[in-house]
Design a binder for this molecule. Sequence first.
Ligand code: CA
Length: 234
Amino acid sequence: MSTPYRLLVVEDDPAVSRGLVYGLRYEGFEVSTADTGARALAILRSENIHLILLDIGLPDMTGLDVCRQLRSEGKRQPVLMLTARDEEIDKILGLEMGADDYIVKPYSLRELISRVRAALRRSYGELAPSNDANDEIRFGNVLMNIASMSVYKDGQPVILTPIEFKLLRYLVNNPHRPTSRDALIEAVWGYTSEIEDDRTVDVHVRHLREKIEADASNPRWIITVRGVGYKFEP
Ligand code: CA
């Protein structure tokens, strides 16, 4: 059996938090809780969390502040905002590095769980989650944490888009193996390329190289295989 996903519920209302935790555990998720923004950020720095359920109204800061802070630390986990008021929705969606989705209170547990599953699918695909040390992959001065979808270069967070992260994860998980652009499209974007769409892959590879390679024009990790595509060379 695969390791269950671990979720973090950030909610200061004890009754709401208890109800969420009960429902999510019943569905097979592992759940950590925090009742302030500061505790949430501390947990996110020390535990492998796959998804965050984040209340907007917290005692020490807003959920939006928590979201902004964790994104600035390079953490890319999906965030579902829990909001009591409709007028907050624009703010949530307007955030450049903000939440992935939101739910307006009162919501049904069933609705919430289906949103959680959808967000996990979007972010992690069919990849089984893991909480062990192998969750971290290191090559040279680059460190990848799979659970938090974060990447660090020389200890500094590298901000990757979700697609760049999936592309890097796919290449790293298939070392030494030359992969065609079509196969990458299918694995990373999740559809079969009917048209000549090679540029898409090339553009994303270029951006990825600029972010993680010491010299993007003379790459060390993501190698072009002439006539085929790309490969990761650890
Ligand atoms: Ca609250």
